[in-house]
Ligand binder design. Structure first.
Ligand SMILES: [Zn+2]
Length: 264
């Protein structure tokens, strides 16, 4: 769960001009699928060559690398799923980088910079680490925390919203007190990890419960894909989330909690 999902996702650390450019680019790219983005980039890099078919798949790589190759006349991109939630301008930049590399052309600096800036963003690096941690599983802390026991939170939410029918996944606290990723659900490993920042006496119980409920919903409402467009929080997810009575209050506390910490 990204606490700024509805508010100002990752915009804190960035100069305003960069954000405005990113927002403009994003609105222009909003209706392009990943394959369409790649085809358009291909036309720019090789204007006189007919555009071959393009496939884009997300792969569970252990790092932030992505691969490109031509196989049987098809350009195949394998993108790390750590970028599955990245905004379209980042995919566009990555497409420029990969397709330029494929044809041994210089990578336009603007796209190289855009991509590197994104990967170097504090919250993105933190997210990549958290996902690796969740995948490695051995690196998460046990569910019984200092203040809250994740098993208790899970059982409470299970009883309140799922008639206690949901099987308990592996639960753990994150090692790092992440302020950008408050929770993470890895359906592949059936694991829910909550940021240890929530395991403090000043965090009201309903806030920790809300984050747990949010992550549980991810197990019930999988990511919806239309072509290569992915909805992490599809409408059915959002509708179910609204059933949490103190959602607004919880989000307000989360915003405060995350802004109170000084950025590293
Ligand atoms: Zn979420």
């Amino acid at each position: 769960m990204d606490p700024r999902g509805d508010v100002e996702r990752g915009k804190k650390d960035y100069p305003l001009c960069y954000l405005l450019i990113l927002m403009q680019v994003e609105s222009a790219l909003l209706f392009e699928s990943l394959e369409e983005i790649c085809s358009r980039v291909f036309r720019t890099i090789r204007p006189r060559t007919p555009v071959p078919p393009v496939t884009v798949v997300f792969k569970k790589f252990a790092n932030a690398n992505s691969l490109i190759r031509i196989h049987a006349g098809v350009i195949e991109l394998k993108i790390t799923d750590l970028l599955a939630q990245a905004p379209s301008p980042i995919f566009e930049a990555l497409a420029y980088i990969l397709i330029s590399k494929l044809f041994r052309k210089p990578i336009p600096a603007i796209y190289n910079d855009r991509y590197r800036l994104y990967l170097n963003r504090h919250d993105v690096r933190e997210e990549i680490t958290e996902i690796r941690v969740a995948r490695g599983r051995k690196l998460i802390h046990p569910p019984a925390g200092c203040v809250y026991d994740l098993a208790d939170l899970f059982e409470a939410m299970n009883a309140q919203f799922f008639e206690s029918k949901m099987a308990q996944p592996t639960l753990g606290w994150s090692r790092q007190a992440s302020r950008t990723i408050l929770g993470h659900c890895d359906s592949a490993h059936n694991t829910i990890v909550l940021s240890k920042i929530l395991d403090q006496p000043q965090v009201p119980r309903f806030v920790a419960e809300y984050v747990m409920y949010h992550e549980m919903l991810h197990l019930v409402h999988p990511v919806e894909t239309r072509g290569t467009k992915r909805a992490i929080h599809p409408p059915s997810f959002r509708a179910a989330e609204k059933k949490f009575p103190q959602m607004r209050e919880a989000k307000a506390v989360i915003r405060q909690l995350c802004s109170r910490l000084s950025p590293r």
